[in-house]
Design a protein around this ligand. Sequence first.
Ligand code: SF4
Length: 363
Amino acid sequence: MSLVSITAVGDDVDAAFALAMERAACTDVISPGDRVLVKPNWNACAIAGSTKLCTVLAACRWARAQGAGEVIVGEGPVVVGRERIDAYLREMGAVEALAKIGVEFVLFDDGGHRLYRDLPDLPPEIGLAEHSLACDVLINVPMLKVHSCCMTTLCVKNLKGCLRPQDKMEFHRIGLLAAVVGLNRLLPSQINLIDAIEAMEGGHNQGNLVPLGVFVAGRDRVATDAVGSALVGMGSGQVPLIRMAGEAGLGEYRLEAIEVVGEPLEPRRFERPQDRLRQSYPDLTIQEAGACSACSAALIDGLFTAGGKRTVNTVALGSQAEPADNALVLGDCLKDYWPTHAHVQGCPPVGAEIAQALIGDDE
Ligand code: SF4
């Protein structure tokens, strides 16, 4: 039976981290001299939607106390450009804070990638960060958030940051869920801890923060994700990614087969991105059929950026969509409608260009 701990986090974050590890039987995973990689979710999009720095520092100090020889923190953020990534890290104060405790921060894109070809459920070629493959122990530390495509984005999904930049969008094109499961077959994470000091509902970067004040931890990443998802009201089997990872033999997704220790598991219903979309844009008709998650995510980006300036009320996306006459058509797979419809090109189209089209030509 998989073991997952829920641990209250007070002022002493290091103590809570250590207790979460002890409760989840993670104290014998690191051997003296091991190389340890701590992988947070530092996406470069929103600090509020990122693993807290204090949690990452606690993970590093704990790994050291366990006898690790070398500890590094590594991430491959969303592909937003080096300038934005540097500004995000500066604003968080991450690099300096880690340096103070003798830990190096590495951007995976600077460290090289190992190539894999022709593997099931994955694009024809992917590259995995050498740093993620060279460590003895990977401590996987995402934040607890809901997600428009994956329902929740936790430990299983967090490993996507170890891919080359070009692979990340390709995952969305070929089918995100199966591809993330394929990635997890290649890359284990021996220790998993979900930072739910504050969790995010309504969206995975621009949502609202909800203080939960807990860590969820386990050696089994799928079981850890199952308990994290249950905390936000998504029980066993309701999160397809976690169920698929479980069915692929990567861990236990059935709550009844997971031993939860520490604080009680008290579910509360988090607002899902789809709820927010309906509430925020009641006048908007989305004609979606056969769309990749990349296009849906770009539309959400575009809607957020356009805000109250939007003049378009009907949007069509996905290769099987049948756009109404007044629909804004998104993406290359609806190319046949371009001669007759306002459209945004791209596969997927870019959120900023969708925003411009949603606002209309006179802006
Ligand atoms: S344009 Fe079509 S194929 Fe390309 S990402 Fe969008 S839905 Fe997928």
